[in-house]
Design a protein around this ligand. Sequence first.
Ligand code: UDP
Ligand code: MG
Length: 316
Amino acid sequence: MSKPVIWMVIPCYNEEEALPETARRLKDVLAEMVAADKISPDSRIAFVDDGSRDGTWELIEKLYAADFVYAGVKLSRNRGHQNALLAGLMTVKEHCDAAISMDADLQDDVNAIPKMVDEYINGADIVYGVRSSRSTDTAFKRGSAHAFYNTMRRMGVETIPDHADFRLMDKRALEALDEYKEVNLFLRGIVPTLGYKCAVVEYERGERIAGESKYPLKKMIGLAADGITSFSIKPIRLALLLGALAVLTGFVMFIVCLCTLPAPDWLWISAAVWFVGGLQLGMTGVVGEYVGKTYMESKHRPRYLLDKVLIRENDK
Ligand code: UDP
Ligand code: MG
């Protein structure tokens, strides 16, 4: 069997400080795997420049000119990590058997890459890199990350805890991802919904090798909000639920009024306030349900993806 062609996809935003070292290390890892006859010599490393303002693109151009193992894609402007990653994956999908996405700052352990490829060779379509500890993260990042995964689960979004975007996806998983037409992109939520055979490789997450985090708190909150609102309409249901509770409260108060005749005026009035207020909130929730459904429909997500088909060629 011919060896698989593996492409690395590295989104880069203002990464001129980290890029040279990252490029070197990734090249070494690929070269080792080629030497061990594990992967094809046609394997490549593609950097996606997400509209950087520093010299990142010039560096990518230099790498491309100097060595055939490097490739580059430049977005027209900064579109954010998730979009940059998708752009890279969709661009390389035609050229590779499997693509591995990884951050440019080497926080993800390059030694996990050969293990991911092993899992792929053993039959996995998707391999998740999961960090075994968060000892290098600040207490705040650790706490906020756990709160985030918990909230996601409660909202009914399937995610792999402690997995960011360090993962291998083979060609058919990439083709399936291409069927998701939504604009608000949260890859960590979409990939687990693809199904297919998956595996996990654990790794220790290290420190950023150079430069500063390109994910300030504001972007992190944005990502979390996107993650929840693009997969769940539960926040809308909350209005319906609260409205129903308020109506019930008003109703109980009316009963109390009727039982304690003559009830004081304020009790009648507050019963009416609860009842009418609840009715309005509840009706907003009902409208929200339909808006939510329309929103979900408007994504045109595939309703299913086939894994295997057993039909003979001549069974027409
Ligand atoms: N990144 C990007 N576009 C952005 C922000 C970040 O492509 O708008 C890239 C960045 O270059 C890096 C990866 O996304 O390769 C993760 O960013 P970072 O390491 O800064 O995030 P952190 O590890 O601090 O969460
Ligand atoms: Mg990082």
